[in-house]
Structures are given as structure tokens and as C-alpha cells.
Design a protein around this ligand. Sequence first.
Ligand code: PBG
Length: 331
Amino acid sequence: MNPNRPTIRPRRLRSTATMRQMVAETVLRPADLILPMFVADGISDKREIASMPGVYQHTIDSLLYAVEDAAKESITCIDLFGVPRDSDKDERGSAAWDPEGILNRGIAAVRERFGDDILVMADTCLDEFTSHGHCGLLDAHGAVANDATIACYQDMAVSQAAAGAHIVSPSGMMDGQVAAIRQALDESNYTDVAIMAYSAKYASAFFGPFRDAVGSSLQGDRRTYQQDPANFRESLREVALDIEEGADFVMVKPALAYLDVLHAVKDISPVPVAAYHVSGEYVMIKAAAANGWIDGDAAMMEALVSIKRAGADQILTYAAVDIARKLNNAR
Ligand code: PBG
């Protein structure tokens, strides 16, 4: 070393665990994590999803137990998806806004049990409920019809608010969906129900296991409404539109392959930015860990810290409860 120069040693700040803790720039909290959950109709016991170890299709009863477990680890928000019976799917996805539909019954049960102690967010999209598996209605040529779909999203969002949802989350990537939902909620006096907008949602192969989880009927793909992974600026446009339309949160999805997008969105967004660490991202870690090829817990923690570091205020993750438990035990 040059004797005339002070020794510049960044390693000093890494020398002990307490030092590292003190200088950590990003700290994950249980309250940052949103747990996606599935409630299924017509099952008598919870069922583990074959392609998503540790994730279940729940009955209403088992859902309540699982929410209680999550709440014990200081998880503050769940995101609920409904899995209807195949016989309840139709062209329009009408079980989606039926007050007796499985998703609305699930929302109501959780809200009734937990009040305002847990935030109930609901997925506001038709794909689980349509016989063709698309996120919207099909026109005579088989294309997904934007404006007709939005009218259904309005009914769905209002039914979710009526069931007790604190947050609705339109994930269908229809143009104008946020403004339309805001208007419908306001007209029904649900002015306090917030909208978490899936703003930059890509047509991603990482959604594969989720489609198993919800028993999706989709043939083909969603490339006419979800974004092309090749595009970056398009996300900024989508986010700006959603903010203008009244989104209370914006979201980037998936997360790890889109950290550039997430970082840029964080820079321009006046509202909280969420990121969805999706099913495929979750199972890649789980599968590698099950083979003994990777330390699954450490990899999951690193992935989530990185997503927060890149700009996420909230992270939707199937590992929420496990990670929250680790964070709580480390305190
Ligand atoms: C659509 C929706 C999807 C996911 C969340 N909402 C699937 C899709 O667009 O096909 C995927 C979530 C995941 O992969 O974990 N309502």
C-alpha cells in the first residue's frame, strides 16, 4: 500500500455481523410482504398444488387457519385468488362477480374473521372464471374485447368491495381498467377501497405454475394484452396511465427478470410500487433446493432483498410466511 495515502478499505464495514447490520441499506420487513392465496370451490380438504410446493388450494376453513398463521408472523396483507368449479366457468366468467362465487365468499370469510387486522386484497380478473381462460371476454373473432371486459371488471370490483375487500387488484392489462374500476367503486360509495394496479405485467413464461394453481383453461397466450418482455419504455407509459387513472399502488410483474423496469418505475411513481415475485420465480428456487443444488432459504431471502433494493415497496411472494418467520426470529 502507498504509505502516504490513507488506507481505503470498504471491507471495514463488513468486518462483523453487527457492523453489517448497521450499514445495511435495505431491510426487509414482514409488512413489506403480501401473501398470494388460493381459495377453491368444491374441495373438502386443502390441496397442495403439484407444481408449487408449500402452496395450497384452500377450502374456506383452511384459508382462515392459514391467514391466522400468516398474521402470527406479522404478515399484514393477503392477495386472494378464486378457483371455481369447472362447471361454474362460462364464456363471460360470471362467477367472478357473483356474491356467492368462491372468491367473494373467501373475501367475506377472511374479512369477517379478521376485520381490519389483515388487509384483504382480491384479484380482479376473469381468467380463473372464463371457460376459455382469457382475462377478458372474447369477441366474434376470438379476440379479447377491451371495453366489454372492463364493464365486467367494474362489476367484479364492486362485488369484491361489497364482500369486504380493502384493495382490488386489476391484473388483466385492459386499457382504461383502473379509471373504470375507480369510477364504479366511487359510484357505489366504496371510495375507501384502494386499487393496486398491475401496471407493467409481462406475457411471461414464469407464470406457468400459477396456471396449474388455478386450473386455468387457457389455450394459447396473452400476448395481445400482456406486455412484450422486450419492452421497457412501454412500462413507463403503462405506469403513467395507471397513476393518471387513479391507481393507489402500481405493480411490476414478474420481478427478478424486470428489475430494470422496477427501478425506473420507482423513480417516477408518486404512489407505492409493488413487485410480484411470481410462481415460476418461486418454484425455480424450491426445485433447485429440493435437489440440494442451492440453499433455498438463503436464495429466497436474497431474491426478495434484491427486489426491495431495486425499488419495491411491497413484494407479493408465496414465501411470505417463511420469510417473515425468519425475519422475526432474527430480531
Ligand atoms: C391473472 C394472473 C396471473 C398471475 C396473477 N394474476 C396469471 C396470468 O396472467 O396468466 C400469475 C401469478 C404467478 O405466476 O404467480 N389473473
